[in-house]
Design a protein around this ligand. Structure first.
Ligand SMILES: Nc1ncnc2c1ncn2[C@@H]1O[C@H](COP(=O)(O)OP(=O)(O)OP(=O)(O)O)[C@@H](O)[C@H]1O
Length: 374
């Protein structure tokens, strides 16, 4: 991993005190009858790592194209970069660069020439652009490959060249469109770490597009979850992970147990719902104020559900009798599916050897249980 270059790092980058680098205010975009974006507002601070997460067709690429200037929104109250209105500027005049999944490097040029290219078209003198290209290659740990051709590099190395080529021109914003999508699992994990290090080192605002919740959680300062052209939820990765505000967000963030019910009692921050005649209490995470009688869903992660021999739940927990239905061994853990009177519930056991043969009762605390909009 590259060493942190503290001289380029600013203490308040990515913090709430940092000035906004990107502002897209109420952008709507239609392709004929298709509404790809519906009144979306995105603000990213200087030095922030913002991830736009969403399933296929949710509008991520459209949003990225609007930021980069490749697409003009059908309507928008503002499109600003570094505080300046850029709504009338084309892609080449905006202070941002895009890194694509298919890196589009020039095969007839060396690695160094590829990285120098953007500087060359901007008229930077030979010595200066060589120096800057080598610095960029040092940052992505590829200085030793500088005179190679692109076909002499691995997939991960090519993606690092594409990155170096993008940030060597020192854009204010780097847009990354599923940049790790073409890499295998191991390389993807390594590159995630490298990307974080590079971003912290440069202090550039990163806007990163992915459909992988794992990537979003690992790398981002803030995540913006999109659904059908709208923002479903926005927040710190832990907020989306632990406090999804809707059934959609919970499913997308991989919550294994989601049950429907009706609110029985409100005592904020807790809400109790009735699901199949059974009462469950959890933290209210919905967008609106909860009211008795409203349809809601409750969610709990499998690893938060505990097995009990005592056949009762602690005071601040939900509990229910269960019977083993199935188990799936996943190497590091065991996933048990249990039948209960409110439906099947999954639990995850990290100590595989400690798994009981016939579990009879499960419980999960009110604080790890969420209640949200359906
Ligand atoms: N050029 C186009 N013409 C018509 N419809 C389009 C066009 N580009 C995108 N769309 C539609 O707009 C919606 C949003 O598409 P977009 O490419 O922004 O989604 P996405 O989240 O980036 O998807 P993916 O992850 O598959 O790339 C989709 O319904 C898509 O079919």
């Amino acid at each position: 991993m590259p060493e942190a270059r503290t001289q380029t790092f600013q203490a308040d980058v990515g913090s709430p005190a940092a000035p906004p680098m990107l502002e897209i205010v109420e952008a709507t975009h239609r392709y004929g009858d298709v509404v790809a974006l519906d009144g979306v507002t995105v603000v990213a601070r200087q030095g922030e790592f913002l991830t736009i997460l969403g399933e296929s067709g949710s509008g991520k690429t459209t949003l990225l194209r609007i930021i980069s200037g490749l697409e003009r929104p059908t309507a928008a109250r503002a499109v600003r970069i570094g505080g300046a209105d850029v709504s009338e500027l084309g892609a080449s005049d905006r202070d941002c660069t895009t890194v694509f999944q298919h890196y589009a490097l020039f095969p007839h040029m060396s690695v160094r020439e590829n990285v120098e290219y953007g500087l060359k078209v901007r008229g930077v003198a030979t010595d200066e652009r060589r120096k800057r290209a080598m610095e960029a290659l040092e940052l992505v740990r590829l200085i030793h490959t500088s005179e190679r051709r692109i076909h002499q590099l691995s997939g991960g190395e090519r993606q690092r060249v594409a990155l170096a080529r993008a940030f060597v021109t020192r854009p204010s914003i780097l847009l990354l469109d599923e940049p790790l999508g073409a890499l295998d699992e191991k390389l993807r994990l390594d590159m995630q770490e490298e990307l974080i290090a590079i971003q912290r080192n440069l202090g550039i605002t990163f806007v990163y597009i992915t459909h992988s919740q794992e990537e979003a959680l690992t790398m981002s300062d803030r995540v913006l979850l999109m659904k059908s052209g709208e923002i479903a939820q926005e927040g710190h990765p832990t907020e989306l992970f632990d406090r999804p505000n809707s059934a959609f967000a919970a499913r997308f963030m991989g919550v294994e147990n989601i049950l429907e019910g009706v609110i029985e009692k409100v005592g904020l921050p807790y809400v109790t719902l009735n699901t199949g005649g059974h009462f469950i209490t959890g933290l209210w995470c919905g967008k609106s104020m909860p009211r008795v009688g409203a349809k809601v869903v409750t969610g709990v992660r499998a690893e938060r559900v505990r097995l009990s021999n005592a056949n009762e739940a602690p005071l601040s927990a939900n509990g229910i009798s269960c019977r083993r239905r199935a188990s799936v061994y996943k190497g590091k853990y065991l996933d048990l599916t249990l039948d209960t009177e409110i439906g099947p519930i999954r639990t995850r056991l990290w100590d595989v050897d400690a798994a009981p043969t016939e579990p009879t009762f499960i419980h999960w605390s009110h604080d790890t249980c969420t209640v949200m909009d359906p």
